[in-house]
Each structure stands twice: as C-alpha cells, then as structure tokens.
Design a protein around this ligand. Structure first.
Ligand code: HEC
Length: 380
C-alpha cells in the first residue's frame, strides 16, 4: 500500500436526488477537484456542481480567427503581390471574392481544431488509461448507481477526512482509488530493437511497394501513358501523306513562310539598293506575273499605274507617285527593300509575297515607270 500513489476517494449513492445533494455538499465544503459519474445525464447536475463554461469555445474562437486570417492573408499575398492577374478588370485584391474562401477556411479550422484540441488537450489522448478504469466503482456507476469521486489533487484533500466526509453525507462503498503502478511505471522506449526493426521493415516495405506501383505496375500493359505513339520522324521516308514518300510536309502552294525569308538587309535600304540585283529578266511571263501581284497587293494604294491615286477613299494616307525622280533613280534593290520591310506607314508585304513575286513586281514597277517616262528611243 505504501508505494502506491493515491488518485482519489469514491463513494456510491443510490438515487439521482442523493447524488445531486451530495454534489452540492462536496462543492460547498470547498472541494474543487471532484467529479460525478452517473449512468445517464442528470438534469441540474452542472448547476449542483457549479461547473463553469467549457473552455472549448475559446479553442473554436482562436482556431476560427487563425483560419480567417490565414486564408485572407494568403489570398491577398498571392493575388495582390506574388502573382497579380487581371480577372474581368477587377482589382487585384477583390475583397468580396475572398469572402467565400475565408468563410470556408474559418469553418474548417474552427471545427477540425476544436475537435483535435478536445481530443489531445482536454481528453489527453493518446493516453488512454485512467485510474478509475476496471474498478468496482466504475462498474456500478455505469449500470445503475451514482458515484462521486474526490481527487487527491484537491488542495483540501486528506485521505481519512475525505473518507469520513463522504460517509457523513451518505455515501456507500467508500473506496480509495490508486494509480495503477504498471501504468505509472510504463516507459515508452522508442529505441527498443523490436520497434526500430519494425520501423525499418515498414519503411522498406512501403518504399518498395511504392516503387513497384509507380514504376512497374502503372506501366504494365495496357497502360503505356501515350509513351508509345505512332509517329513519323522528320527526314525519314514515309508513305503516310501520299506518294511523295516525304515524312515532312512542304508549305501548301501559294503560302509564304514567315521564317524562310530572312532578309539580309533589314534596316539598310542603301545597302539593299547597292547590293541586290533583280534575278528575273523582263520576259512576258515575269511581267504578267508582276502585274497580277501588283494589281492585287499594291494598286489599292498606289493605283493601277503607280500614280498614287488610291482607291481607298482616304481610309489610308495616299502614297507618293512611284514615278518620282527619287524612285526612278533607286536601284531595284531599294524597291525590293520597301516591299520587304515597308516604309513608314506602308506595311511589309513579306508575309504575302515570295521573294520571286516581289522581284516580278519590281520588274512591273520598272515597266510602269518606263511607260510613263518614255524616251525617244523607246518608240523605235
Ligand atoms: C496600304 C497602302 C499601300 C499598299 C498596299 C502599298 N503601299 Fe507602297 N506606299 C504606301 C505609302 C503610304 C507610302 C509612303 C510611305 C512614306 O511615307 O514613306 C508608300 C511608299 C512606297 C514606295 C516608296 C515611295 C517613295 O517615294 O518613298 C514604294 C517603292 C512603294 N510604296 C511600293 C509599293 C509596292 C511595290 C507595293 C505592292 C507590293 C506597295 N507599295 C503597296 C502605301 C501602300
């Protein structure tokens, strides 16, 4: 008996009325650390024991405020500073749009936090032993008796006095409850070899299983995650597109690749003027082609004869005449340059015309110029 640590003293009562009056007397005698155990809830008990409000509400408050603040702060930081996006022209920190998420996170943290606080702080999990477990007392009060237990932790506690006191207020079966020595002396030893082996084995099993699932099982037939695809490699012979046996496609007829026309004289009209030579000669075919392209692409602004008489009715600034001294004295390369790069308000025609088409237009522009400024010898 000597080396046992006392938990408290219990007493049994027969009726709800008795236990209520007992609780009142224990409380008014100045005991603070006592508890009442009954088979079912008894009305008026909290009042008789003069219990205060549960602290759980404060946990809910603290967790709820934490959730609200955390959600709001995170969204404000992300949307306002870290990664601001314009969404339907709204401000970067649209407070009304934050409300639903803030509300949800508030409720989530308040509820989960309250339950966890109840389990771990108030119920003291994972400790699941209690000195009252397995006593006659708890067996009685969980079937048809009503019991009261005054704990040794109470400041006023004195074993003999409490026993006398309980008997005086009418308790039967007054019993002294001790802590279970086995429970008290139990030490968790995490370095015990069995436990360590268990940890190592479970780590190996889990990582092995994860490895097999993620690297083998997931890729067993029929799952190939689109890694095997019927594809045609560039430069390799293939009949897929037809009889030409090419796996790569050539640009459709009449289209102009934006990337294949790298212009060497970009930004250097004088150099283009000096260096570029028209590779086409003025044959009828070339001139007809130039006329066709000129009529399509140039005539809307420059007019059919290059006089600057646009058909656009002032929707675009009228260009100067192509028969000016200036343009007539330009080299072919300079006209080619203007078609390729544009000039001031005139846009580039590089994405509409191939180099060959541009040169044919240059031929045609030259022909127009010559027609407008014919010399004596041209008439011969
Ligand atoms: C959208 C109207 C428009 C079209 C289409 C157009 N141009 Fe022009 N072009 C202009 C304007 C405007 C100017 C004057 C730009 C400037 O202010 O320097 C100009 C200038 C020129 C010049 C230089 C004239 C000079 O005196 O500086 C040449 C050459 C020229 N264009 C040739 C062409 C050719 C060839 C085509 C057809 C491929 C063509 N343009 C299509 C509007 C157009």
């Amino acid at each position: 008996m000597e080396n046992k640590i006392i938990y408290g003293v219990t007493g049994i009562f027969d009726t709800p009325d008795e236990i209520i009056s007992a609780a009142k007397q224990v409380k008014s005698s100045g005991f603070e650390r006592f508890d009442v155990h009954t088979p079912y809830p008894i009305h008026g008990m909290p009042k008789a024991m003069r219990l205060g409000a549960s602290p759980l509400g404060y946990f809910a408050l603290v967790f709820g405020l934490t959730g609200a603040f955390a959600a709001f702060a995170l969204m404000t930081y992300l949307m306002g500073y870290n990664y601001p996006l314009i969404i339907s022209g709204k401000p970067f920190i649209p407070i009304p749009a934050f409300i639903p998420v803030t509300f949800e996170v508030t409720v989530l943290l308040a509820s989960v936090g309250t339950v966890l606080a109840m389990l771990f702080l108030l119920f003291k999990l994972p400790n699941n032993s209690h000195p009252l477990h397995d006593t006659d007392y708890i067996k009685k009060v969980s079937s048809d008796k009503f019991g009261i237990c005054i704990e040794a932790k109470d400041d006023k506690f004195n074993e003999n006095e409490v026993i006398e006191f309980l008997k005086k207020i009418g308790a039967k079966d007054v019993e002294v409850i001790y802590y279970d020595n086995e429970t008290l002396n139990f030490k968790v030893n995490i370095f015990e070899w069995k436990f360590v082996t268990f940890l190592v084995v479970s780590a190996l099993v889990v990582s092995g299983a994860t490895y097999i699932v993620l690297n083998k099982l997931m890729f067993a037939r029929p799952f190939n995650w689109m890694m095997e695809q019927h594809r045609i490699d560039a430069q390799v012979e293939s009949k897929f597109f037809g009889k030409d046996n090419f796996s790569m496609r050539v640009a459709p007829v009449g289209t102009v690749s934006r990337h294949s026309n790298q212009f060497k004289f970009s930004g250097q009209p004088e150099l283009a003027d000096a260096k570029l030579v028209n590779p086409l000669i003025p044959t009828e075919v070339n001139l007809r082609k130039g006329m066709k392209k000129y009529d399509i692409y140039c005539s809307p602004c420059h007019g059919y004869h290059g006089l600057g008489d646009a058909r656009l009715n002032g929707q675009f600034p009228n260009p100067p005449s192509l028969h000016s001294e200036k343009v007539r004295n330009w080299g072919d390369g300079h006209i080619f340059y203007v078609i390729t790069e544009g000039q001031n308000s005139m846009p580039s025609y590089s994405s509409q015309l191939t180099n060959e088409e541009k040169w044919s237009i240059v031929l045609y522009v030259r022909a127009l110029q010559r027609a407008m400024n014919a010399k004596e010898e041209d008439l011969k």
